[in-house]
Unconditional design. Structure first.
Length: 339
C-alpha cells in the first residue's frame, strides 16, 4: 500500500461542452496526446509526494474507475473511488472523499479537467505551516477569456469569489483560480453534513469572517481542457514546445522537435498527406493521400477522406468535434457523424 500525502480529484462532471467526446470518456479520462488526461495530473501529484488519491465518479463511472485505477497503478498510487449517484457539487464531492480517505493532514484538491503542472510540494508545505484553513492556488487572469475571479487583499486573504466585476473590492486584486486547493481539516468542519454544495460559493464564505482562506499566486501554464477550443489550444502549446509536458521524460514528446506532428507508431500517413506540426495522430489512424490536417487531434478510430482538409477538429471512432476560435475566445463546438 502506498503512503504519503493525500489528493482528492474531482471527476464527477458531465463534460457537456466536450460532447459527444464525453459520451465515450469522462472528461478526466479523455485521450490527450496518447494518454488519458488523468495521467498528467497523477504525474504532478506523485512528484509532490502524494501516495493516496481519492476520486469521485458519476458520469460513466465504470470507465472513470477503470482509468483511475490503471493510471494509479502506473504511479504506485493507492486509488479510492467514490460514486455519486446524485452529483454533490465540488464541496459535497470533497466531503465524500474525505469520509472515504480520512486524515488530519492537509489534502490537495484537484479539478480533474485541468492541464497544470505547478511544483506542489512547496505549496503544500507553505499551506501546512500557514495556519490557514484553505489555500487557493491562483494565476494571472488569462487574456481574452471570461472566468470568475478570486479577490484577495494585501495580506493574501480571499475576500470575494465570483464573476468578473468592473473593479475589485477596495484594497483587493483579482486573480484566476487554477482549480487546485490545499485544504486543512477546518474546511470539512464547516461543510454541510449532507447534500450538494459548492466549495467556492457555499463553503468558503463561511470561513471569510475568520480570514481563514488565502490565495497563493503561481505563474505556470494552465488550461482547463473543458471545450474543443481549449483542448486543441493546450495540444498546440505542447506540440509547438510553448509549454513543457507534465510527463517530462516519460512523454512521447521527449526528444521530439516542435516542428513536426506527433504520429504514434501504428498510424499510417500517406507521403502525399500534409500535416501541420500541431497535429496528433493516434495509432491505427490512416491519413490518405491529399489530406491536409491542421491543429487537430485524430484519436483512435478517426476517419479522414482522400483530399479532405481537417482543421481545428477532434475526431475519433467515426465522429468529429470542431472548435471555432476567434480573437482568443472560445467558439461553439459542433459535432457530426463521419462516414
Amino acid at each position: 500500500m502506498a503512503s504519503g500525502a493525500r489528493a482528492f480529484v474531482l471527476a464527477a462532471g458531465l463534460g457537456a461542452r466536450l460532447r459527444p467526446l464525453t459520451d465515450t470518456w469522462p472528461k478526466p479520462a479523455v485521450p490527450f496526446l496518447g494518454a488519458p488526461l488523468l495521467r498528467r495530473a497523477f504525474a504532478v501529484l506523485a512528484r509532490a509526494g502524494v501516495g493516496r488519491v481519492a476520486l469521485n465518479t458519476h458520469h460513466l463511472p465504470e470507465v472513470m474507475e477503470r482509468v483511475a485505477r490503471e493510471e494509479g497503478a502506473r504511479r504506485g498510487l493507492a486509488v479510492t473511488t467514490v460514486n455519486e449517484p446524485v452529483i454533490q457539487g465540488t464541496g459535497g464531492g470533497l466531503r465524500g472523499l474525505q469520509r472515504a480517505v480520512p486524515g488530519d493532514e492537509p489534502v490537495i484538491a484537484w479539478n480533474g479537467d485541468i492541464l497544470f503542472a505547478p511544483d506542489l510540494a512547496p505549496l503544500l508545505e507553505a499551506h501546512r505551516t500557514s495556519g490557514f484553513a484553505a489555500t487557493m492556488v491562483l494565476l494571472p487572469i488569462p487574456a481574452g477569456r471570461s472566468y470568475g475571479v478570486v479577490e484577495i487583499d494585501g495580506s493574501g486573504r480571499v475576500r470575494r469569489i465570483g464573476r468578473p466585476n468592473p473593479s475589485p473590492l477596495p484594497g483587493c486584486t483579482a486573480w484566476h483560480f487554477s482549480g487546485v486547493h490545499l485544504l486543512s481539516p477546518r474546511v470539512f468542519e464547516v461543510m454541510a453534513p449532507e447534500g450538494p454544495e459548492d466549495i467556492n460559493h457555499d463553503v468558503y464564505p463561511r470561513l471569510f469572517g475568520e480570514g481563514a482562506v488565502r490565495g497563493m499566486l503561481v505563474n505556470v501554464p494552465w488550461s482547463d481542457l473543458g471545450s474543443p477550443a481549449t483542448y486543441l489550444e493546450a495540444q498546440s502549446d505542447l506540440l509547438l514546445d510553448r509549454v513543457p509536458d507534465p510527463l517530462g521524460t516519460e512523454s512521447q514528446l521527449a526528444g521530439r522537435l516542435g516542428t513536426e506532428p506527433l504520429v504514434e507508431p501504428g498510424a499510417h500517413v500517406h507521403p502525399d498527406a500534409d500535416l501541420a506540426p500541431d497535429v496528433f495522430i493516434a495509432a491505427g489512424v490512416e491519413v490518405p493521400p491529399g489530406a491536409h490536417v491542421r491543429r487537430s487531434a485524430l484519436l483512435p478510430g478517426a476517419v479522414v477522406g482522400v483530399g479532405e482538409t481537417v482543421n481545428d477538429e477532434i475526431r475519433w471512432s467515426g465522429q468529429g468535434l470542431s472548435a471555432a476560435v476567434a480573437n482568443g475566445a472560445e467558439g461553439t463546438g459542433a459535432s457530426a457523424r463521419r462516414p
